[in-house]
Design a protein around this ligand. Sequence first.
Ligand SMILES: Nc1ncnc2c1ncn2[C@@H]1O[C@H](COP(=O)(O)OP(=O)(O)OP(=O)(O)O)[C@@H](O)[C@H]1O
Ligand SMILES: [Mg+2]
Length: 459
Amino acid sequence: MAKSRSRWVCSECQSTHSGWYGKCPSCGAWNTIEEVCDPQDAPAGRVVLSSATTAAAVALSEVGEETPRITAGMPEVDRVLGGGFVPGSVVLLGGAPGIGKSTLLLQVAAHLAKGKRSVLYASGEESLQQIAGRARRLGADGERLLLLAETRTETILHTARELALAGELELVVVDSVQTVYSSDNDGLPGNTGQVRAVSTQLISFAKQHDIPVVIVGHITKDGQLAGPRLLEHMVDTVLGFEGDDDRATRLLRASKNRFGSTLELGVFEMTSEGLREIHNPSEAFLSQRPTDAPGSCITVSMQGARPLLLEVQALLASSPGGNPRRNSVGVDPSRLAMMLAVLDRHGGQFVLDQDVFVNVTGGVRLSEPAADLAVLLAVASSHRRVAMPGDMVAVGEVGLTGELRHAARIDVRLAEAARLGFKRAIIAPSSSGKAPKAPKGLKVRAPKTVREALELALE
Ligand SMILES: Nc1ncnc2c1ncn2[C@@H]1O[C@H](COP(=O)(O)OP(=O)(O)OP(=O)(O)O)[C@@H](O)[C@H]1O
Ligand SMILES: [Mg+2]
């Protein structure tokens, strides 16, 4: 275990001494000698935020501007981070086994290593040959992408510290927190104490040297990040990389971000050359959509600042038993149950005895109430076996009395629908009663109730 080393420093002349003196032997000032614990050897389990020897409070007006962010070189990653890596921040990236965490970070590392400073990519999971093999497949090259196959945090940080002190370090990636260990802790790699000790050291390093550190974290079977929950509190940003085996689409989102919104979504496609960014996800998600099939409705969902066109699909089938099934992917089950009840009571459609399956294409979750109307219309369309017009979108919250409620940022949503060639939109009336400005080529109707919306969409 590293022992904490103390030094005695004069706050007046900054001279270092072997012990405490009332009067500084160098400059003669009284009561200026202070004990300083070397931050590099800080006691285990403590995060060191800066290497400053004194802790004087500073007026807000005197605190300088933030250092500019470091762009990841991939706009979809920057978007989720809130505009790039904040120097000194620690990002935890979690995701299912084999989803593409190492691929994503190696691509980011390769982009950053094209700049003036190096990126240290330390892996406790793979050999140098394995990492290099992947890097070559991804088309990465360059002398500033430094690979390290190492499981001891102290060794990784020793290398990182030397680069940082020489002003040559841009980013550190540690893949993964479960496979590296700290000599401060006796436990096996991956156990709670080890994960905590390793992350504490990595966070201390990031804060002291103002270098961003990205840590990969494994997730458990039920989708939680493995290790202590505390880890998520300790780091600045927690990102999740999601997707499923059947599809190549991968989604990156933040569940915590001290420096940006958690609503943003990054969209990628896994290819043999690595992850390809999808800058226009609406087009990609709608590309295989059937335009004349009952049970399909397009909505415009705000994912952070970006409007996304998504297809809600529903299938209703008569339920053999007395206990109809409800299965929803991408839509909150309680919200779906509410839509079925509203449709039953206010839409005149008796769907409560039916098995109901709802799916949002692309693997995206529709968490905002503005998607209610699309869910309701998709269910009604499947039930009546009538397709909605293929050039129509629906946006609006549905209330329990069957009324439609205004969705935020409707102008942005309508503009995106028009841009993608949609001709008709059914939206909820605005709270002010004023009709929204319809983009050119888009006919906007704003019914007040679910019943009116059903008439417009399905008749
Ligand atoms: N030659 C290839 N062609 C296409 N896709 C590939 C190829 N090699 C790997 N992949 C994709 O990359 C995925 C593995 O990516 P990666 O190793 O980055 O995942 P990971 O999340 O880091 O996994 P782990 O949890 O095991 O560390 C594979 O599941 C596969 O989808
Ligand atoms: Mg990996």
